[in-house]
Design a protein around this ligand. Sequence first.
Ligand SMILES: Cc1cc2nc3c(=O)[nH]c(=O)nc-3n(C[C@H](O)[C@H](O)[C@H](O)COP(=O)(O)OP(=O)(O)OC[C@H]3O[C@@H](n4cnc5c(N)ncnc54)[C@H](O)[C@@H]3O)c2cc1C
Length: 392
Amino acid sequence: MAGKRSSVVIAGGGIGGIATALALAKYDIESQVYERRAGFPEEGAGIQIGPNGTRILSDLGVADVLRAHAAVPDALSARDGSTGQELTRLPLGTWIAERHGSPYWTAHRKDLHNALRMRAEADPRITLKCGCEIVSFVNEADGIRAIDAAGDVIEGQALVCADGLWSDLRKKMGASGVPQPVGKTAFRSVTPASDLPPELTPNAVHIWLAPGAHVVHYPVNAGRDIALVVITDDTSREAGWERPALAQTVQDSVRSFSMPLQDLVAKAQDWRRWSLYAMPPLQHWSVGRATLLGDAAHPVLPFLAQGAVLALEDAKMLACCLAGERHDVATALKNYEHARWRRAKRVAETSRRNGRIYHMSGALALARNATMRLTRPARMMVGFDWLYGWRL
Ligand SMILES: Cc1cc2nc3c(=O)[nH]c(=O)nc-3n(C[C@H](O)[C@H](O)[C@H](O)COP(=O)(O)OP(=O)(O)OC[C@H]3O[C@@H](n4cnc5c(N)ncnc54)[C@H](O)[C@@H]3O)c2cc1C
């Protein structure tokens, strides 16, 4: 028997799990984080963190650590993939920081994860344990028992299942969702910023749109590197984030794009592939003292760059609800779920819609391009106030 009955057990030491531990510590609530992998290898590529995410990172004391590794892009430049012509240039930088009171950052996932972990390791209210997979749980009147793969029992007042897209604990909870392939594959790489063709502004998020494919790239590692993501319509299905991909396969998939982009893709070497999955939205994801968080509760496609940020928002909301109902955990978890499901659904739907818009062809693509050219950039950004302006 391990742990303290008064603390919260968190299954999953990803971005959502560790952020939850930090958010709980702000209310002086102890937690134990169990990560199934033996350690935290430096995996992943780029992550964009809008003002709704950086605001939470500041609150958790993580922004101070991450700042040195993040980039603060000035703009989001959208281009027609085949001609390379800029369709719009949306303001980020000081514009978005002033509008929402917090900046827009881009970073390597490992730097975000490391920053969260460093803060958690320094907090005596948080215990982090790797190599421990939570496989099931039993709700009891006065607590919850989480059971790990070795059969050991971990006791707590609540169990937060932050075990990612392929959550097994979601199934244990009786939730109906199963991720389904959406027919798109993302190829990711990180390459030195010196590889960027001179005609492309270094300090910007770039998005290139073409029929059946789009490419996003932006600075990471304080601007020293560029994270590149090539997303193509593709029916292959492979679970996991880190499967190696042939550079030639990626280069072939961008043949219809203009030369600066092809040149950039040709320079990047170490490509990883990741089949994209989505899940019908859940409205309920708590049972008694157990709940889901982050991708386990509401996986989102990456076309709005909000997967990690939604997990941060969940963490903040969950901690607030648990602190507000310390003697009625089941009610606290229901309050959390109620406060989050509509927003998660809206983000998931908007991401999916963006994916369709980005890959349009023919007359639809022409209409999209015309709309982008004719709409004032600041006006377009105001349409995202609901997203970036989120506050608890
Ligand atoms: C290795 C990896 C690389 C990624 N790379 C990118 C990227 O480059 N760009 C991007 O936008 N997103 C990436 N993501 C996804 C992104 O981190 C998530 O979409 C987002 O941060 C939501 O975080 P989460 O905490 O809900 O899930 P995740 O970040 O997926 O974390 C879930 C964690 O739970 C652990 N786990 C699973 N089951 C159990 C269990 N039963 N018991 C204990 N632990 C368990 C997993 O090992 C993992 O560490 C990556 C995720 C992973 C795991």
